[in-house]
Design a protein. Structure first.
Length: 299
């Protein structure tokens, strides 16, 4: 009698569980997921990529489409790097109504990720190497991922001793294409401001450059006259400075360094010695000029 009661209870329990499962399935069928709004950033997984369309799974029973006009905003390298299975950030450009498509911008999503990377760089105070891509009267332009950053003149150690505006412009134009170690100074995606400082990264860069120059003792390098003092000239050597003592400017007696050199002038010098610990670099211009005493002896 009791076993029959147990079987009945078990049957009733199974029927109840089945009923709950059916009810849950029915609720899923009628559930309308909340769709992303225009202007919202969402994550998605790339399904397929071709020249005319990119499809991404964004959940919510929807497939997002990157239309041709948005694909055109991607450069060849960006497009080639995208493949099925990649998880990416997307920017919603068109919210569907009914069976309409959910359209997104991959390029703006990638930019959003770059702003996040820049913010992380600012918070970590990490030094990063960036390529100089242009310049203007206020500073130079550098490339950070897909974003363009700015380094003000006041944060460029290379031009601090150049007071002539034309000479500054010439010095900055020569920097285009070079790579500078920098730290993030200001990051604001809302204001579209991405500011870096080469000056803040200078101590690290200077030590690195001093070690490089140490291995170049005896070699000839090109530098820029950064500052003239009574006892010689300081020469900028791409991240470090060397002293060209007045006795090493020329074979003949030099009363004032300004009689021979001018600030902002490019000159060739020989590296005599480097003390990286004391941050001292000794240079010679005289060593590259004909020795009049040897000429006299030859005559």
């Amino acid at each position: 009698m009791s076993s029959l009661t147990i079987d009945n209870a078990s049957t009733e329990g199974n029927n109840g569980a089945a009923g709950e499962a059916d009810l849950f399935a029915a609720l899923l069928d009628t559930y309308e997921p909340v769709l992303p709004e225009r202007g919202q950033y969402i994550t998605g997984t790339i399904i397929s990529v071709d020249d005319n369309m990119i499809l991404a799974d964004v959940g919510a029973k929807r497939t997002a489409i990157v239309p041709p006009q948005e694909i055109a905003r991607l450069d060849e390298m960006q497009l080639a790097s995208i493949k099925a299975g990649d998880e990416v950030m997307l920017y919603v450009t068109r919210t569907p109504s009914g069976d309409d498509e959910l359209q997104v911008s991959l390029e703006r999503g990638l930019q959003f990720q770059d702003w996040q990377k820049a913010t992380t760089l600012l918070e970590s105070e990490e030094t990063v190497d960036l390529t100089v891509v242009g310049h203007n009267s206020g500073g130079i332009l550098v490339q950070f991922e897909r974003l363009q950053g700015f380094i003000p003149n006041s944060h460029l150690p290379e031009i601090q001793h150049i007071h002539n505006k034309q000479a500054q412009s010439t010095a900055k134009s020569k920097m285009v294409g070079s790579v500078l170690p920098v730290k993030a100074l200001e990051v604001s995606s809302q204001r579209k401001r991405l500011v870096f400082s080469a000056r803040a990264a200078m101590p690290e860069r200077r030590q690195q450059r001093l070690q490089e120059l140490k291995e170049m003792e005896g070699e000839i390098v090109t530098g820029t006259v950064a500052n003239l003092v009574d006892y010689g000239a300081f020469v900028a050597l791409d991240g470090a400075e060397g002293l060209l003592h007045i006795s090493e400017i020329a074979w003949q007696q030099v009363r004032k360094p300004g009689d021979v050199l001018r600030t902002g002038e490019e000159i060739k010098v020989k590296i005599l010695s480097v003390d990286a610990d004391r941050e001292r670099v000794s240079l010679s211009r005289k060593a590259l000029l004909p020795n009049p005493w040897q000429q006299f002896a030859a005559d």
